[in-house]
Write a protein that binds this ligand. Structure first.
Ligand code: SAH
Length: 366
């Protein structure tokens, strides 16, 4: 039980100042750490089980470890544990929106949605976001910092514990651009879907991106079975640039080529998200152009009536326009679903609850 934890790479997701973030380590890495401490390898399995299956919030809870080891672990490692700052429960559909406080005082939000196929948790991947999409509340204050793998995992663990129900599906569609936090995202997926831990199957994990082409291509090579969702939102570069600054960096042609590569390498069909904004991207012409653009892609379109945010004057497309858009795509052989709005009464859209919390806090401090 002596010696320092084995040196780990400088991955910013694992080291917090001088203590290693133990919940961000894979089982192999934890085994390496445990061996370097002169302990038998089975201790790694026990610790990992406490962290990822029993989801202990402190080393003190790890009752099958000798007390001196618990103390030693507490001195050498950081154990990230989110604090529930708020929860709002939708009276309409039981959706639960959580606000969690991180150890540095930042707050993030996560959502639990109940579907017929199981419980799905939508997690944040960053505090804030730097992508600047015009209709999105998460990006209004820019990027604060990346979330560590442990902080992504703990959103799911805390929600599972709060409800006492199994989380079967995870979507990385909360605040932040997951592919802008690539290494931590990958580590998160590997731990979440690994054989010990929560064991959420990769096919039940969806990662949504605004279209960072180099990272999409890199992801295609990772041999994962996750679903990749692309936030498309327009069928022309001109309209896309109006809504999403990232479109200035990567034209549609390149983004869609990357989607094809993703399908070819992984066999996983894409999801194309399309938020309908009245008068901006919801015309029949736009639907026609979208059908043309996607005709040789493998995947389906998920239409989302834009969720208006206070800071912008975008307006949701009307029910009829949404239906017409859908019909137009279907007539052209494209698979389409309309996203059921969940938690409308509890500020369900990305970043809204966090912003209202920060605003209230600022008002109080003034
Ligand atoms: N950064 C990632 C994931 C986070 S956002 C991405 O861009 O995909 C998840 C989805 O919600 C994205 O498709 C995003 O464009 C969309 N979205 C964000 N704000 C929205 C709003 N106010 N109304 C409708 N969709 C929104």
């Amino acid at each position: 039980m002596s010696g320092e934890p084995a040196a780990l790479g400088a991955a910013d997701g694992v080291r917090d100042m001088d203590r290693i973030d133990i919940k961000s380590l894979t089982l192999e890495e934890l085994t390496g750490q445990v061996k370097a401490m002169g302990l038998p390898a089975y201790r790694a399995g026990q610790i990992y089980q406490w962290l990822h299956e029993k989801q202990a919030a402190s080393f003190g809870e790890m009752s099958n470890l000798p007390l001196p080891l618990r103390t030693q672990l507490g001195g050498q490692y950081e154990l990230a544990a989110l604090k529930q700052a708020d929860v709002r429960i939708s009276a309409i559909d039981g959706t639960r929106k959580y606000l969690f406080a991180l150890s540095d005082g930042n707050v993030i939000e996560s959502v639990l949605m109940r579907y017929h196929y199981g419980n799905s948790v939508c997690i944040s991947s960053q505090v804030g976001c730097r992508m600047g999409c015009r209709f999105c509340a998460s990006t209004l204050d820019g990027l604060e910092r990346n979330l560590r793998p442990s902080e992504m995992l703990d959103q799911i663990y805390r929600i599972g514990q709060d409800t006492g129900e199994r989380v079967s599906h995870v979507v990385v569609m909360g605040s932040g651009e997951p592919l802008d936090n690539y290494d931590n995202l990958l580590r998160f997926i590997r731990i979440l879907s690994g054989e010990k831990g929560l064991c959420v199957g990769q096919r039940n994990i969806t990662v949504s991106t605004c279209g960072l082409v180099p990272q999409m291509l890199r992801l295609a090579e990772e041999r994962l079975q996750i679903t990749l969702a692309l936030s498309l939102h327009a069928a022309s570069d001109e309209t896309r640039r109006r809504l999403m600054p990232v479109a200035n960096r990567y034209p549609l042609r390149e983004v869609l080529d990357a989607c094809k590569v993703y399908f070819e390498k992984t066999g996983r069909r894409m999801t194309f998200e399309y938020s309908l904004v009245r008068g901006v991207n919801d015309s029949p012409d736009e639907a026609q152009a979208l059908a043309r653009l996607l005709k040789d892609q493998h995947g389906h379109v998920n239409l989302i009536p834009v969720n208006p945010i206070q800071e912008r004057d975008y307006v949701q497309s009307g029910r009829e326009a949404v239906e017409a858009f859908k019909n137009h795509l279907e007539k052209n052989g494209i698979n389409v679903t309309i996203r059921r709005e969940m938690g409308r009464d509890i500020q369900g859209a990305c970043g809204q609850l966090r912003r209202s919390y920060i605003r209230e806090k600022e008002d109080k401090d003034d």
